[in-house]
Design a protein around this ligand. Sequence first.
Ligand code: FAD
Ligand code: NAP
Length: 258
Amino acid sequence: MAKENKYTIQKITYLHQWTDHLFSFRITRDEGYKFIPGQFARLGVKKEDDTIVWRAYSIVSADYDEELEFYSIVVPDGEFTQRLKNLKINDEIYIDKTNYGLLTTDRFENGKDLWFLSTGTGLAPFISIMYDFSIWEQYDKVILVHGVREANELAYQDKINEFFTHEYYGDLVKDKLQYVKIVSRETFGADLYGRITTLIENGELEKFTNTPITIENSRIMICGNPQMVDDTRKCLGARGLTISKRANPGNMAVENLW
Ligand SMILES: Cc1cc2nc3c(=O)[nH]c(=O)nc-3n(C[C@H](O)[C@H](O)[C@H](O)COP(=O)(O)OP(=O)(O)OC[C@H]3O[C@@H](n4cnc5c(N)ncnc54)[C@H](O)[C@@H]3O)c2cc1C
Ligand SMILES: NC(=O)c1ccc[n+]([C@@H]2O[C@H](COP(=O)([O-])OP(=O)(O)OC[C@H]3O[C@@H](n4cnc5c(N)ncnc54)[C@H](OP(=O)(O)O)[C@@H]3O)[C@@H](O)[C@H]2O)c1
């Protein structure tokens, strides 16, 4: 009997270019494909020699969406993204049948304020989590922080702002969501300027959001540049916040993008 593939073959259904090195795409979703908001998929593209190159991609979509959306960088000379960027509508893409990752809110217990700290494409999993109704019931505040180099990289602003007036989410979200745009290499188009780490250390992020970061109230998810993840974790660790583990619930859940 032939061995069953670990993946399915899907089709590109939508492409949106944000900048010359950032774009989003959607693919068809196998009805058997399940994931928890915050998790990532493994996507594959075919190489010229017919082998497949695989990479991890955080899912942007709600868990109930019919298709799966992803938000991608284009890395100069990147083995995967130099091929991905050439795909057109109806082209084939491979997706591993398994869902992966621990950047999920079930890592946390209690807490009043849910923080999402992201840089670059690290924003992706947090959009998916925002479509999870349970977080709006559980937390008093949800603070989405997106840090990028330049203002034109602040992707998904419309989708995020739509939550405030959304037919189904609006009433739950409008008094709870805070969206903080941070730009590090320009001085226009954002709410705060500099690095997330600096803005935590100098207190500006807490001042801007009017929300102190505390062991008792804060549950903090961090995703993006690995050095940012590490530095943020250390600076919050110095204030007594800990990584949340199943056996030992704490304050932080983190994911590195490379
Ligand atoms: C858990 C997880 C989730 C991920 N989710 C996403 C996602 O949602 N969107 C996405 O674009 N990528 C994501 N990545 C990164 C992705 O898997 C690939 O690394 C990326 O597509 C580049 O592939 P590549 O072969 O072109 O370059 P690679 O050879 O994989 O990477 C080359 C270099 O490019 C840089 N780089 C790689 N990915 C990024 C990135 N996302 N942002 C900035 N610089 C980067 C790093 O310096 C890296 O060393 C994720 C990675 C992990 C581990
Ligand atoms: N953005 C571009 O204009 C551009 C264009 C083409 C290609 N690329 C390439 O794409 C790759 C990723 O670029 P990117 O801009 O998406 O991601 P990035 O380099 O991770 O930058 C995203 C944000 O994270 C911040 N950051 C980086 N390290 C940090 C740390 N240790 N602590 C706190 N914050 C930190 C950056 O601040 P800083 O600005 O202070 O570093 C920036 O605000 C790079 O290899 C780059 O060369 C980027």
